[in-house]
Ligand binder design. Structure first.
Ligand code: NOJ
Ligand code: CA
Length: 554
């Protein structure tokens, strides 16, 4: 196999245009502002941007309620500005993938408006209707506590319509051939404007059967293959990154046995167990999650993330494990959301403890897959819990100590910039951190630079090494005649561990530290002994630094 699939050794950065940079001073971020910050992103070293929804939308779910798939929300600029942006990114070698939100539209979408008014409209069948209130109308909500039902009565159609998410997001009838054709058309449109693929929203729901008589949806996995085929016919190296919080046993259905479905998936399993490991200093469930999600086609890839724009969903942990994470990182009712998650940003969850932040990010960059960073996390930005639901972790980027953190010249930004407390922009901002060699920003830049030179993580096979200590994770990757090895101590106390790197007759017993001068030489029995400080981590190359001279072609 030719090994140049760009997403296998990429660094993703997720941002939303509305809260990144406001160029025209109307208080809302825009594509022109984002353009001006491309050099910042380039300098940080990220190689792909995941852009959150920016299409025309009433904005009731931060753009995940679209009312025109072929238009840019005028507040963000024009289609012309969008193309300038993708072009500017490409010039700097940065790929752009965008959200593909086709499980549902906004209730204001003309398709729904026509569908509800006219039973004979061709759009009627694009949505899911029921003459009577389905008996399970109060089941299957994605936002429990906020969302009351999955079926609501439409006074215009005088029928009930299905909405997996909020009431203002009617589900599209994604089994309908015309809807499927439209989805391809939408993909084709944006591909033509310079994007390299899509982060596909709510995939299990898109491919699930829908209807008043459907109690347990059945996934129509074949749909995934046709999406991929279409995409790759148009632009060969474009990808789909699936948002599918599913159980490991169905992962291969999403990737496809022959790697013929989704290119990438977010690894929710590893994400949740990683937070448990951070909370409990117990790596065993994390190791289990890694092994359960180990299998994937050679061209498939996991997206490894810590936090995103949603709540930290802990729904897949046991009750006890979940409670442990709540106790550690979000004990107050206002920290929590939807009875299953934490709505905080990472830095406040970890109490701003730099050692723990580095540990968490070092893990994000070294667990099997491609790291997906969230904007502002490179500065250890905080959250504003006075804002409703998930908006609390969606505040504007903090650029400088200037008014509104340099995000806008307008006195009233769309979402308030965090200005008070330890995470306010006077303390946490990009400009100050640029000048401080020890800052989180400069640490992140250095670690990204190193991560890109360790393709073994994205491409290789991994092995968990025995350390005899459940608080310490030791992982080795092998790829093309080279090996790298990572240690992470989840405990607050220092730990001394002993291990063997597990490679026979190859490269000697030297572990070259990639981040500091502290290398490790095995004893005559081939055992290494390393003392890790509390929350300490190590990145090693096995053998010497002549690894590139030794790399094999396959
Ligand atoms: C998942 C997105 O991440 C979330 O933000 C959104 O509310 C739902 N899908 C509905 O589109
Ligand atoms: Ca603006």
């Amino acid at each position: 196999m030719i090994k140049d699939l760009w997403y296998k050794n990429a660094v993703f950065y997720c941002l939303s245009v509305g809260t990144f940079m406001d160029a025209n001073a109307d208080g809302i971020g825009d594509f022109q502002g984002l353009m001006r910050r491309l050099d910042y992103l380039h300098g940080l070293g990220v190689t792909a941007i995941w852009l959150m929804p920016f299409q025309k939308s009433p904005g009731k779910d931060d753009g995940y309620d679209i009312c025109d798939y072929y238009a840019v929300n005028p507040a963000f600029g024009s289609l012309g500005d969008f193309v300038e942006f993708t072009h500017g990114a490409a010039q700097r070698g940065i790929r752009v993938i965008i959200d593909l939100v086709v499980n549902h539209t906004s209730i204001e979408h003309p398709w729904f408006q026509e569908a509800r008014r006219d039973p004979n409209s061709k759009y009627r069948d694009w949505y899911i209707w029921s003459k009577k209130r389905p008996p399970h109308a109060e089941e299957g909500m994605v936002f429990p506590g906020v969302q009351k039902a999955t079926w609501s009565r439409d006074p215009v159609a005088k029928q009930w319509y299905f909405h997996r998410f909020y009431k203002f997001q009617p589900d599209l009838n994604t089994s309908h051939p015309d809807v499927q054709a439209e989805i391809l058309k939408i993909m084709g449109f944006w591909i033509q404007l310079g994007v390299s693929g899509f982060r596909m929203d709510a995939v299990p729901f898109v491919i699930g059967t829908k209807g008043a008589d459907v109690r347990k949806p059945r996934e129509q996995y074949d749909m995934l293959r046709s999406l991929r085929e279409f995409l790759q016919w148009r632009v060969g190296d474009s990808i789909i990154l699936a948002e599918a919080n599913v159980l490991p046993r169905t992962d291969m259905q999403y990737f496809g046995d022959d790697g013929d479905r989704m290119h990438m998936m977010f690894n929710f399993q590893v994400n949740q167990n990683l937070f448990y490991a951070l909370a409990a200093a117990d790596t065993r469930p994390l190791v289990k999650a890694m092994k359960k999600t180990e299998q994937r086609p050679a061209s498939g890839q996991w997206g490894i993330f810590l936090r995103n724009h949603d709540e930290l969903d802990l729904g897949r942990l046991t009750k006890k494990q979940r409670q442990r994470v709540f106790d550690a990182f979000g004990p107050n009712p206002e920290d929590q959301l939807y009875n299953r998650g934490i709505r905080r940003r990472l830095a406040p969850m970890l109490n701003g403890d730099r050692r723990r932040l580095e540990l968490a990010y070092s893990l994000m960059f070294t667990l099997p897959g491609t790291p997906v960073l969230r904007y502002g996390d490179e500065l250890a930005m905080g959250d504003d819990l006075s804002l409703p639901e998930r908006t609390g972790c969606r505040t504007p980027m903090q650029w400088s100590t200037e008014p509104n953190g340099g995000f806008t010249k307008n006195g009233k930004p769309v979402v308030p910039v965090i200005s008070d407390g330890p995470y306010g922009y006077p303390h946490v901002n990009a400009a100050d951190q640029r000048r401080d060699p020890q800052s989180m920003l400069n640490w992140t830049e250095r670690i990204i630079r190193m991560r890109k030179e360790v393709p073994e993580i994205g491409w290789g096979e991994f092995e968990i090494l025995k350390t005899g200590d459940q608080a310490v994770l030791a992982i080795r990757y092998d790829w093309r005649n080279n090996s790298v090895l990572f240690l992470h101590n989840f405990a607050e106390e220092p730990r001394e561990i002993e291990f063997s790197e597990g490679i026979k007759d190859r490269m000697g017993n030297l572990l070259v530290n990639l981040l500091s001068e502290e290398h490790s030489q095995a004893d005559k029995n081939g055992r290494h002994r390393v003392c890790l400080e509390g929350y300490g981590y190590r990145w090693y190359r096995v053998g010497g630094l002549d690894y590139l001279l030794k790399r094999s072609k396959t």
